[in-house]
Design a binder for this molecule. Structure first.
Ligand code: SF4
Length: 358
């Protein structure tokens, strides 16, 4: 039988393991701290842990999730990471530093966009990952390790995480939630729960389920259309439900967690960027406290798109500004998202293992 990975264990599970193995109780905390706060690279690298405990841990667990890490650095200082997993599959994560408006050398926060699956089955028409088939879900340790590896490579602490990389996190629910429990453990949080955002294209039953987390995380919905006719075309998952059912789930999430919702919206020329869309979008967003994030469409021509995907055209910068103003005039809270890493195919929707080296 293959061994489990120690980074798949929540703190509670690690405590149980230590108890069964006959280690003193305080060892669980020491081991957890060595992995998540001291940056140990292996069991042998752990400080304060006795040799016999290290030997037992090595017998029972694997440590490292990746065999190789490659970095692609953008002119805007974001970094795309390409990780090779133990089975040879590859995944991507994108590091984004945010600097102060007053002092461009002062970093205010760091966000890591993590992957939850290898490929994706949902085939959103504007997304490069959607052109890949789903190969498999990521294991908990493969999600958690993205954060640890990036911190080690960059030498900075990650302050915010968005589950917005490759894959639909709600379709790998168990491992995604376990990774959240590990990274924002209730006793030893590495990252605050309110700094974690799960982004979904609208897996309704899991939105209801996620609302039950003991400590909730933020939710973002990839909306991208204000009518079912358009959403059915560009987010095919919508064909299984509709926007109205989705909004009921979103309202439930807000009422349960009291956390504002983010709506992600890519404006496409002559498709979803009209004055009527602005009006409907503002109306949708006012149902519960929320913010609309307008995301400029990033080129995915390297995936050789077909059908409607090939017809999608980015709304121009000026027209996005017009759409933004219309939404505001209708009472919506809206921002236009900064685009990171488009020169290295790391921007939103561009993750598809393209091998452009910087
Ligand atoms: S946007 Fe998300 S859910 Fe849709 S295809 Fe891309 S990775 Fe999958």
């Amino acid at each position: 039988m293959s061994k489990n990975y120690i980074k798949s264990l929540t703190f509670k599970e690690l405590e149980e393991y230590c108890k069964e193995a006959g280690f003193p109780k305080f060892r669980a905390e020491q081991i957890f701290r060595q992995i998540y706060f001291s940056g140990a690279n292996s069991f042998d690298d752990m400080k304060l842990i006795t040799q016999d405990i290290k030997t037992k841990l090595k017998e029972d667990f694997e440590y490292n999730s990746f065999t190789e890490t490659k970095k692609f650095i953008s002119i805007d200082k974001s970094v795309k990471f390409l990780f090779t997993l133990q089975d040879g599959n590859k995944i991507e994560a994108v590091y984004m530093p945010w600097f102060s408006d007053d002092d461009e050398d002062k970093m205010e926060r760091t966000t890591l966009c993590v992957s939850s699956q290898i490929g994706c089955a949902l085939d959103c028409k504007f997304c490069a990952t959607g052109t890949m088939d789903l190969k498999r879900n990521l294991e908990t340790h493969e999600i958690v390790s993205q954060v640890l590896e990036v911190e080690k490579e960059i030498g900075e602490k990650i302050t915010n995480i968005v589950y917005m990389g490759m894959g639909e996190p709600m379709l790998n629910y168990k491992n995604v939630v376990n990774s959240i429990k590990i990274l924002s453990d209730l006793k030893f949080p590495k990252i605050a729960r309110k700094k974690i955002t799960v982004s979904t294209s609208g897996v309704i039953p899991k939105i209801y389920k996620l609302a039950d987390l003991e400590k909730p995380v933020k939710l973002a919905l990839s909306l991208h259309a204000t009518t079912n006719g358009v959403r059915d075309k560009i987010v095919p998952l919508n064909q299984k439900s509709n926007i109205s059912e989705l909004m009921d789930a979103i309202e439930f999430y807000y009422r349960k967690t009291n956390l504002p919702i983010t709506y992600e919206y890519i404006p496409f020329e002559n498709l979803n960027d009209t004055d009527d869309d602005a009006k409907r979008l503002a109306k949708i967003s006012k149902r519960v406290p929320s913010r609309i994030n307008l995301i400029p469409f990033n080129d995915i021509s390297f995936t050789k798109p077909e059908g409607i995907a090939a017809e999608l055209k980015a709304t121009s910068k000026e027209e996005i500004q017009r759409f933004y103003t219309q939404i505001r005039n209708y009472g919506g809270v809206v921002t236009v998202r900064d685009t990171f890493g488009s020169d290295i195919d790391a921007a939103c929707g561009q993750l598809a293992l393209s091998d452009k080296e910087s």
